[in-house]
Design a protein around this ligand. Structure first.
Ligand code: FES
Length: 215
């Protein structure tokens, strides 16, 4: 698929994204979260941006990318700048994994790993944990891709009115966690098959969408 280069002003951030993606998705990839009050339906006008060089006004949620672009984002269209907290206080607490390995012969031991995921409405942070000792081996963060369907819990609930839209939200967060998992495993030079357990913490709406439960 063809990819295009998008530059965002005044931030000066540049990303590459596939043809047909919306400017909302491109901004999210650059770490810029735009207002999506109507959930990307094109009715609220809160995601207005300007295409250079002639400052043409477009709605970021409706504009499909089919060329290289320079886009100016007014302050009024930004929800806030992305600053994902990925550091935390290390704990010496012993962990009690649900899955563990017992070896009948010495010398065949391999490690097992788990994931701790902070599933936020706006951001998602995942940590790769050594389930034997409890140490964090790597941390990876991303924007919650559901932001393109609405920037807060209420607009996500409003968006998920049909089974199809609910499935879109669920698929978006599952893809995101799968992607974070792959990146964490690459960082730690392990296989994704060595991850046996995952703990996900989020608000009720985020948890229910992730698990496919009614909201
Ligand atoms: S018009 Fe509402 S998010 Fe674009």
């Amino acid at each position: 698929m063809k990819h295009f280069s998008i530059t965002f002003k005044p931030d000066g951030k540049q990303i590459s994204i596939h043809s047909g993606a919306t400017l909302i998705e491109a901004a999210g990839q650059a770490g810029i979260i735009l207002n999506t009050v109507c959930g990307g339906k094109g009715t609220c006008g809160k995601c207005l941006v300007y295409l250079e060089p002639d400052a043409r006004e477009v709605l970021a949620c409706q504009y499909k990318i089919d060329s290289d672009l320079t886009v100016t984002i007014p302050v009024s269209s930004k929800l806030f700048e992305q600053r994902i907290l990925t550091e935390s206080v290390d704990t010496k607490a012993q962990i009690q994994p649900n899955v563990y390995k017992k070896y009948l012969r010495e010398g065949s031991a391999t490690m097992i790993f788990g994931l701790a995921v902070d599933l936020g409405t706006t951001t998602v942070v995942a940590r790769l944990i050594d389930m034997a000792g409890g140490q964090c081996l790597a941390t990876q963060a991303a924007l919650n891709p559901q932001t393109r369907f609405g920037d807060d819990v209420i607009s996500r609930i409003a968006y998920a009115q049909t089974g199809k839209e609910f499935a879109e939200l669920q698929e978006a967060i599952i893809d995101c966690i799968n992607d974070l998992t792959a990146k964490l495993c690459k960082k730690a030079a392990i296989e994704t098959n060595d991850v046996f357990e995952m703990c996900v913490a989020g608000n009720t709406t985020m948890n229910h969408i992730f698990l496919g439960l009614p909201i």
